[in-house]
Design a protein around this ligand. Structure first.
Ligand code: NAD
Length: 500
């Protein structure tokens, strides 16, 4: 039986002797633009080349989505539902291959990626089944008029995604856009482009009409920029860094783009001394070290009540040292390599910053000695002050910063004293405190006595520098659709007569 690595290598084999190109109008578009290397993070070796879309190719992708829009939006929603459910079925059938490709070019561990691939299918199923009701509106009657609202897909949209969990993340955006009746031009991240091609092929096989889903590869500053500036793209769904979000807002300003941003985070996990401390420790460790710490909702700040701080941090350090770092394809591996040498350099640089600012490296803190790829040791930085750079900036690696706090007010003040506001985790056995702190925390999502467990009908997104807008449930449809109000006179109202 072929191993998962073999499956993944087989999936990218067609792009070994030529650069990975694009998927436009239901067909492969050759990679004729400037090409760049795609690396295997676990070895540092070149996996292949990927090509930046030329201006003409980007133009063709947008034109294709524009031409496909009228047919797709007019298709009975029940038919869209069937096609998108077939996409979900095919994702499930190809889940091992998809997960393997994520291990190969994103360096994510198989144990998480196999679940992420299935989650991608669930995203499609969830929104497919809601396609028939996506256009539904409200009746808002008055004595003289019947007002009713309805929704219609906004048009061709751009979906721009990052490299941390490329396939799953893209399905959060693409599935609701297609279910709503939009056509899509997707630009995956340049460091992990392969799984997006699998999605395009699956969509075609599932019967998605040509042009409804296009995928262009390339760099942010060229292809990404052109896409966000294009007049025929009506909205941009973007997941990535906060600074990129603000660049995209500028780029889209001239054409008044509607934007939906899911950006960075510096999420606190707050542990009060009355909490179930074993469960809190399990969750804190899981939320920062899974996905190699390259996770927007990672619990990257560990705020622990001073009375239990020393003991809790010592236990955390012990667990961090025992994390199994290894080959992403090994089902036993818990932490894999960082995505790219540039990102590795960024994460590494925070060790000197931590020490210079007066924090203590309680575990890890170095590149992994035995590995040839971009592996960095799972790291715990202790005794930090909440104003230090390691407590303020998104490191986006397997690095946890522990900070003591005194009481509820101090916990809330420290938790909120960052630019970001994506997620927060709170551990306490006091229900009243759970409610008070949840209300006071500046975050789009709060989990009480839990790690991040996503329920698709709930809103996902951030406040402050962590984003604009919400994904999930009807919030997704609201972004990809325009609401129209129709006011129908009952023939009873009096119009003011002017110029009589
Ligand atoms: P990034 O912002 O560098 O890149 C994301 C995407 O934007 C890539 O496809 C890139 O090519 C493109 N891009 C870059 N510059 C662009 C431009 N000027 N115009 C258009 N597109 C451009 O982010 P990254 O380093 O790939 O990903 C990591 C970041 O993503 C972290 O900050 C992380 O927190 C965030 N993230 C957020 C969420 C969330 O749901 N909030 C989820 C995952 C990741």
């Amino acid at each position: 039986m072929a191993s998962n690595r073999d499956l993944a290598l087989e999936a990218i084999a067609p792009y070994q002797d030529r650069p990975l190109g694009h998927f436009i109008g239901g067909k492969d578009a050759e990679g004729i633009g400037q090409s760049f290397d795609v690396l295997d993070p676990s070895t540092g070796k070149v996996l292949g080349q990927c090509s930046d879309a030329t201006e003409e190719q980007l133009e063709a992708a947008v034109a294709s989505s524009r031409q496909a829009f009228p047919g797709w939006v007019a298709m009975p929603a029940e038919d869209r539902r069937k096609i998108l459910n077939r996409v979900a079925d095919l994702i499930v059938a190809n889940a091992d291959k998809i997960a393997g490709v994520e291990c190969l070019d994103a360096g994510q561990c198989y144990r998480f990626m196999s679940k992420a691939a299935i989650r991608g299918a669930e995203n499609f199923r969830f929104f497919a089944d809601r396609a028939p009701s996506a256009a539904d509106g409200l009746a808002l009657p008055t004595a003289d008029h019947l007002n009713y609202t309805s929704r219609r897909a906004i048009g061709p949209v751009a979906v721009i995604t990052p490299w941390n969990t490329p396939f799953m993340l893209s399905t959060w955006k693409i599935a609701p856009a297609l279910a709503a009746g939009c056509t899509v031009v997707h630009k995956p991240a340049e460091w992990s482009p392969y799984s997006a091609r699998l999605l395009a092929e699956i969509a075609l096989e599932a019967g998605l009409p040509a042009g409804v889903f296009n995928s262009v590869n390339g760099l942010g500053e060229t292809t990404g920029k052109r896409l966000t500036e294009h007049k025929d793209i009506k909205a941009i769904a973007f997941v990535g860094e906060s600074s990129t979000g603000s660049a995209i807002m500028r780029q889209g300003a001239a054409t008044l783009k509607r934007v939906h941003f899911e950006l960075g985070g510096k999420n606190p996990v707050i542990v009060f001394d009355d909490a179930d401390l074993d469960a809190a420790l399990d969750a804190a460790i899981f939320m920062i070290y899974s996905l190699n710490g390259q996770r927007c909702t990672s619990s990257s700040r560990l705020l622990v009540q001073a009375s239990i701080y020393e003991e809790f941090v010592a236990k955390a350090a012990e667990r961090v040292r025992k994390l199994r770092v290894g080959d992403p394809f090994d089902p036993a591996s818990e932490v894999g390599p960082l995505i790219h040498p540039k990102h590795f350099a960024k994460v590494s640089s925070y060790m000197d910053i931590a020490v210079a600012d007066g924090a203590r490296i309680a575990a890890g803190g170095k590149p992994v000695a035995w590995a040839e790829g971009f592996y960095f040791e799972p790291t715990l930085l202790a005794d930090a002050d909440h104003t230090m750079r390691i407590a303020q900036e998104e490191i986006f690696g397997p690095v946890l910063t522990a900070i003591p706090f005194d009481d509820e007010a101090d916990a809330v003040a420290k938790a909120n004293d960052v630019e970001y506001g994506l997620a927060a985790y709170l551990w306490t056995s006091d229900v009243g405190r759970a409610l008070r702190v949840s209300d006071a925390i500046e975050a789009g999502m709060v989990w009480v006595n839990s790690e991040n467990v996503r329920h698709l009908p709930t809103p996902f997104g951030g406040t402050k520098a962590s984003g604009i807008g919400r994904d999930g449930g009807d919030w997704s449809f609201d972004f990809y659709m325009e609401t129209k109000n129709v006011a129908l006179s009952r023939g009873t109202h009096k119009t003011q007569r002017l110029g009589v």
